[in-house]
Design a protein around this ligand. Structure first.
Ligand code: FE2
Length: 444
């Protein structure tokens, strides 16, 4: 078989017609019956190739799915196209394989969630910059991604710093910025370990600063509009209630079994002079979602809040400078009776640390910090009730849920990469919650 690299992943079998392979594929927006697969093609295609979707790895008997091409960002020649495939009518709790060309062996794999009570594992972490071969490199090719994949989570929640390109530039050239975002993503998804991981594990991803704009970027960043446009097109995501036209914060709500996940965008609405972290619209949305979760008597809420919650008032890190907004949200959580059935998943701080709620003065709920995937160590906030004596590179955590329908057990467990594609549990970071009726109790 001839591999034509210059043409960008077009394979030509001898005597056969050429077939096209995607430069990358990843998936998200998984529910019990649906999912989204995005594939990038570097070729100029006459027609978009259909995706074959099957319950068997060889794609035998698979159904053909036509994709939707996202319009090129500019009038200039697009260097690649992203095709969106919407998978609907899937069976709950089922493993699916997808690919363009059965003979190539390149597969995407995902599992739909179960309907109703469902036992599952979600992995979560942030900060994948890469410390090798050069310190402070922008993108990671760490084996930590193999280690997370080996635990086989149903979903990976990436809480930001997907890379460290610190994209910047003049807002008056939006297409240039858009191209920079797309190039950053292309580089992430061309790292062998990440490419394989994202082809076997669906994601729910929200940016932090280094993958949204420059260091500590906020709503005033010149990159804001481009980041939102790029995210809407190139990143598989759940519906964006505040950004129907890729024009707002990327907050999302979704369910895995009976657990309700709320994911907030801590960058693109943030306005430090006004002391606003979420912005008025997103804060109202969060309050409404918390009220809905309380009204629905959801047994467990997981708030994906990428930046540290437990920081001193006025502290430069995390929520410290947004203390009034933090207090307001914490009080709302308490008033709704959610303090004992909410866990917060956070990144940004390059550390692994859990708090059982005792140091959380704003809501009293459990907080789990999990990072860095591949970056130097840096503590932020605290104190935390559960913290290892040393922080290391290659850290992440899992939320493992076992649900009988009347009793839901949630275990938070920190992990650290130990090499050879394997991770070991970090003893100090383990918390277990048993949830029945309207509250969860911590168990040892
Ligand atoms: Fe980071």
């Amino acid at each position: 078989m001839l591999r034509s690299l210059a043409a960008g992943l077009v394979f030509t079998g001898s005597g056969q017609s050429p077939f096209v392979e995607p430069a990358w594929m990843w998936s998200g927006a998984v529910t019990a019956t649906s999912a989204t697969v995005l594939a990038a093609f570097t070729e100029r295609l006459g027609a978009t190739p259909p995706l074959l979707v099957s319950t068997s790895r060889d794609l035998a008997g698979g159904r053909q799915l036509q994709g939707r091409v996202t319009p090129a960002p500019s009038r200039s020649r697009a260097d690649r196209v992203v095709v969106e495939y919407r998978l609907e009518g899937l069976e709950p709790g089922t493993e699916y394989f997808a690919g363009i060309e059965p003979a190539s062996g390149t597969r995407l794999r995902l599992r739909t969630f179960g309907r109703g009570p469902f036992s599952f594992t979600v992995a979560f972490a942030s900060c994948a910059g890469g410390t090798r071969p050069v310190p402070m490199s922008h993108v990671s090719n760490s084996g930590v991604f193999d280690a997370i994949g080996a635990l086989d989570p149903h979903l990976f929640i990436h809480m930001g710093d997907l890379h460290y390109y610190n994209i910047n530039g003049a807002a008056r050239y939006p297409d240039v910025l858009l191209k920079r975002f797309r190039r950053g993503l292309d580089r992430v998804l061309s790292q062998e370990h990440q490419a394989l991981f994202y082809r076997r594990t669906p994601i729910a991803y929200v940016w932090d600063d280094h993958d949204y704009g420059p260091d500590d970027a906020d709503s005033r960043s010149s990159t804001r509009d481009a980041a939102r446009r790029y995210y809407g097109v190139d990143v598989p995501h759940y519906p964006l209630p505040l950004a129907p036209l890729n024009d707002g914060p990327i907050a999302q709500a979704f369910e895995v079994g009976r657990v309700r996940f709320l994911m907030t965008d801590m960058r693109s609405e943030r306005l430090p002079p006004a002391g606003e972290m979420l912005g008025a619209r997103q804060k109202a949305w969060l309050h409404a979602e918390l009220e809905r979760a309380a009204a629905d008597r959801v047994p467990l809420v997981a708030w994906v809040n990428p930046v540290p919650w437990i920081t001193a008032d006025g502290d430069a890190d995390g929520w410290g400078r947004y203390a009034a907004e933090r207090r307001e949200i914490g009080e709302r959580i308490t008033a709704l009776g959610l303090g004992r059935r909410l866990v917060m998943l956070s990144g940004d701080a390059h550390m692994l640390a859990f708090d059982d709620g005792r140091h959380n003065a704003n809501g009293g709920f459990v907080v789990a910090q999990a990072a860095p995937l591949d970056r130097f160590v840096r503590r932020k906030g605290g104190p935390y009730s559960h913290e290892p004596p040393q922080q290391k590179n290659g850290q992440f955590a899992t939320l493992q849920v076992e649900d009988t329908g009347t009793r839901l057990t949630a275990t938070l467990q920190g992990y650290r990469y130990v090499g050879n594609g394997k991770a070991a549990p970090v003893r100090e970071t383990r918390l277990r919650l048993e949830c029945t009726d309207d509250r969860c109790a911590l168990t040892t």
